[in-house]
Design a protein around this ligand. Structure first.
Ligand code: ATP
Length: 904
């Protein structure tokens, strides 16, 4: 069905019947076959992706860097001065750098884009008369869609039903106050912001619930018309990358100044030919600036992002990868994250009777037995409660191959199963007791209420309200009537404590009879006359893999805080089952509220279970932890969790039960809602951090040593140990091979037995600085040593230089193995075996060096000379000795405890 642009503007001024008729749809949704037909004619419900910068522009931007300008000028100068080889080598360096940067940036972007599609949003629709979740892109005009707080409106909808529905339309109207929605049509000329009966694609549901029929999809929606390019591409940047950029820029200036001074010194004091000196200084400058570093770090991050995604943690914002590695506290929900969120009712208790419920999972089979003996009487007494659980309920159970599944909330699904076990037929009961209105569940008030018309002749009166929720909330409603009753607050508190101690999740049930239908159904309707019926205890077993993940966190010095809406006794029992902390302590949201900011700082260190909390408490807890210097990962799923998720260092949204609002505020989304996936992501984050440190500690001394050797030669006035082109060559070849492999390093053994690294640790930590100095001196000494040895033993300066370049390369290979493990000895079986990346890079490097040394054209190009086998052996021995020295240093430095960062 295709509507012209003219009619589409008037969805808001027609009655719902008119709109449905025009769309050839009904309030019961479309048939699947019809939906597929419409999808084929209307196209998918999506906006075209922003096409990033064109490839050529991305390539050109690789040259947009002070150092590259400088190099290009130098190449032009060399060319004009007839140093064609130098000019070509400089150009080759620049080109290679650009290609490596371009390819890696492309790969990183590709990895991020692939991941973005993993969290494609879903919409809840009625298809073939049944509620189901489908990808938003498959929505078609005529589909009936449900929306609730936290959802992103998936298409332009004409509302058929709105319950306290508030939608944040700032995206379209700029209005920061959420707009109130209702079903009634408005005048044809109403401006966008006043079209109360429409919900617009891309806007966020702030509160309430609604149902609407899709009127426009894709580019036809309001948002599609305003701009088809709204999706913005996340910049490929992180705090560390920015730190490196700043560092590189400053360093480049330093190198300019140093280079100018060196040039002046070489020409004026040492009497070098100025062209020679200029080229040598340029080569040195190229050598000393780690121009490839940002690209390698980006690829390290991108690899981390990809590996995290393969283990169900999707990074939405790149900086989270770095922060994850430094996480020192994980604040987590309980239900579904630590536990399986597969509920089964275990007990029913009313004021006078008790029932144990048999069976497992959602299979509606199981005995209801009374420990006191009379099963029939106990069941008769509990039937009112069980029926309340069936009616104050939005879930359905349906049989699939291999078992029963819930559509909706798991606890409500368990109540449907309970009803069936008690002999009630859900669809029959629900048909008899027509639902007229409801107050949806909200974590803030912790209950749900539904208004029903009682079946004719029912002894319950004409209208009945069924309420279910946290027992305290229900008892508070019933309080006035119950104060002196036998089954008063103390009675139920004892019952809850018993169930909670077993790790059971307890839900209360209540009822209120009304003589007449209330005009509106609000909180006031519930005032007075509420009768508490009893409780149901559910089991929700802990996820098995979480037990190991918790243990891993504890050994890694990461504290875990459970922040749950559940009752204290239940939460504590689960914390104990999971061994969350040594003798876990629990406090409630009310106590958090009563504590001052300063007290809270002390509380959050000590306490590991926060029960009966609301999302506002989460925000205070995160802040208190951050004030104590912690890096906090925090999970959340609801619309009200968004502030805490944004405040946390790694806001983590649930992929399955999380709302769009939570996902948008989060830095990371868990595809399986599983706590163990957070811990996997932390481990991966630590690996990324380690690898970045490895890249830096390999790359900088490599540059430093070369520079040191040549600068010493110029200052001391002896022949240069390497020519300018040779310096450029070794840089080029090392950067293209060994320079890339550390990004692929696997985690070191014991990576989760170390304490978290300080978050604000500087790029060049004292240990790295020490490393740079020590290694630069050692490598420079080896290079100069071999240079003078060659000259002493009567070789010409060209052969001596060829030996120096090869010595450098050999030493770099050995040094790479040393750097692969920063925390443990490298000389172990796995340590010296190397990864495929390492071995391939070494193979390529050796082949390139053989060409450099033995191929006649390379001899001409670089002024090199073939070397003897013994010379090669000598270099390997020196390289091995260097590595041994550095291994000894690794052990010594740890033993002496010089650097805090190495202490476990
Ligand atoms: P988490 O550990 O993830 O915070 P939670 O499920 O324990 O999860 P909430 O969802 O905020 O936390 O629930 C808090 C309380 O509200 C529950 O302990 C229960 O008493 C009540 N409750 C939860 N879901 C419903 C529901 N669908 N209807 C009525 N009451 C509910």
């Amino acid at each position: 069905m295709d509507n012209g642009a003219k009619e589409t503007r008037y969805w808001h001024s027609q009655s719902t019947e008119g709109v449905l008729a025009q769309l050839s749809a009904t309030a019961h949704g479309l048939k699947q076959a019809e939906a597929e037909r419409r999808l084929a004619s209307h196209g998918p419900n999506e906006l075209p992706e922003t096409t990033g910068r064109p490839a050529w522009l991305r390539f050109l931007s690789q040259f947009n860097n002070v150092l590259i300008y400088f190099l290009l000028v130098a190449a032009a100068a060399a060319f004009l001065l007839d140093h064609i080889i130098d000019a070509s080598v400089i150009v080759a360096v620049v080109l290679l750098n650009a290609i490596v940067g371009y390819v890696q940036e492309g790969k990183a972007e590709e990895a991020l884009n692939a991941i973005r599609s993993m969290i494609s949003p879903q919409a809840n629709v009625l298809r073939d008369g049944r509620k189901s979740a489908i990808p938003v892109r498959e929505l078609v005009p005529g589909d009936v869609v449900f929306i609730e707080a936290g959802d992103k409106v998936p298409a332009d909808l004409r509302l058929l039903r709105a319950r306290r529905l508030l939608i944040d339309e700032a995206l379209l109207t700029g209005e920061s106050v959420a707009a109130e929605k209702r079903e009634l049509p408005v005048t044809p000329d109403a401006p966008l912001g006043d079209r109360q009966c429409l919900a617009f694609s891309g806007t966020l549901v702030a509160a309430g619930q609604g149902t609407g029929v899709v009127v426009e999809t894709g580019l036809q929606t309001e948002i599609g018309r305003i701009s088809s390019l709204l999706q913005n591409v996340e910049p490929l940047s992180t705090p560390l990358l920015r730190q490196i950029d700043v560092f590189a820029r400053r360093f480049t200036w330093l190198v300019f100044i140093g280079g100018a001074l060196l040039f002046a010194f070489a020409v004026l004091v040492r009497g070098f030919d100025w062209v020679e000196a200029l080229i040598a200084v340029v080569a040195l400058a190229v050598g000393v600036v780690p121009e490839g570093l940002p690209a390698v770090i980006t690829i390290t991050l991108a690899i981390g992002v990809r590996r995290m995604a393969s283990r169900n943690a999707v990074i939405r914002k790149l900086p989270a990868v770095e922060t994850l590695g430094a996480t020192s506290v994980i604040c987590t929900d309980k239900t579904g994250t630590l536990t399986r969120n597969e509920m089964t009712a275990r007990r029913i208790e009313t004021a006078v009777s008790r029932l144990s419920v048999g069976g497992a999972g959602y299979v509606p089979e199981g005995e209801l037995t009374s420990p006191d003996g009379d099963d029939v009487a106990a069941l008769a007494d509990a039937t009112g409660l069980v029926r309340c659980g069936l009616l104050c309920n939005d879930a359905d159970l349906f049989q699939v191959e291999g078992g029963w599944q819930v559509a909706g909330d798991p606890m409500e699904g368990a109540l449907v199963a309970l009803g069936m076990k008690a002999g009630l037929d859900p669809s029959h009961v629900r048909g008899e007791w027509q639902r007229l209105d409801e107050i949806p569940f909200d974590a803030a008030h912790r209950f749900m209420a539904t208004l029903h018309r009682a079946p004719d002749g029912s002894p319950d009166g004409s209208y009945v309200v069924f309420i279910k929720g946290a027992v305290e909330a229900l008892l508070a409603m019933a309080a006035k009537e119950e104060t002196d009753d036998v089954a008063g607050r103390a009675f139920w508190e004892e019952r809850i404590a018993n169930a909670g101690a077993e790790g059971e999740r307890v839900l209360g049930f209540a009822v209120k009879h009304l003589a007449a239908r209330p005009e509106t159904f609000t909180f006031e309707t519930l005032a007075g006359g509420v009768e508490f019926l009893g409780i149901v205890g559910f089991i929700d077993p802990p996820r098995r893999e979480v037990i190991d993940a918790v243990a891993e966190c504890r050994s890694a010095g990461i504290a875990i805080k459970m922040i749950t809406g559940d009752h204290a006794a239940t939460a504590l029992a689960i914390a104990r089952q999971l061994d969350l902390a040594e003798d876990p302590e629990v406090i409630t949201g009310a106590e958090v509220e009563a504590a001052s900011d300063d007290d809270l700082r002390e509380i959050v260190e000590r306490v590991s279970v926060f029960a009966r909390t609301t999302p506002e408490h989460k925000l205070r807890i995160v802040r208190a932890l951050q004030r104590n210097g912690h890096i906090v990962a925090m999970t959340g799923d609801g619309v009200n969790d968004a502030p805490a998720l944004s405040q946390a260092d790694v806001g983590t949204a649930m992929g399955i039960k999380g709302t769009e609002a939570a996902k948008e505020a989060a830095q990371m989304v868990l595809l399986d809602d599983n706590f163990a996936s957070i811990v996997n992501a932390v481990r991966e984050g630590r690996r990324v951090q380690d690898n970045i440190r490895k890249v830096i500690s390999w790359e900088i001394p490599t540059n430093g040593a070369e520079t040191l050797a040549v600068v010493l030669a110029i200052l001391a006035g002896f022949a240069l140990p390497m020519t300018a082109t040779q310096i450029l060559w070794s840089n080029l070849i090392l950067a293209a091979t060994l320079g890339l492999v550390l990004a692929f390093e696997p985690p070191e053994p014991g990576i989760m037995r170390r304490r978290p690294r300080a978050a604000n640790a500087p790029l060049l930590s004292p240990f790295l600085l020490w490393r740079v100095v020590v290694v630069s001196i050692l490598l420079a000494a080896a290079a100069l040593g071999i240079f003078f040895f060659a000259l002493e033993t009567g070789r010409d300066v060209e052969t001596a230089r060829t030996m120096v370049v090869n010595m450098f390369v050999v030493a770099e290979i050995f040094y790479l193995f040393n750097v692969r493990y920063l925390h443990v000895p490298s000389i172990t079986v796995i340590g010296i075996r190397g990864t495929p990346a390492v071995l391939t890079a070494i193979g390529m490097l050796v082949a390139a060096q053989l060409l450099f040394t033995y191929a006649p054209f390379m001899n001409r190009l670089f002024d090199t000379r073939p070397l003897g086998l013994l010379d090669g052996a000598l270099m390997v021995v020196i390289g091995a000795v260097l590595m041994l020295l550095l291994e000894v240093e690794k052990v010594l430095v740890r033993r002496l405890g010089w650097f805090a960062e190495l202490r476990d």
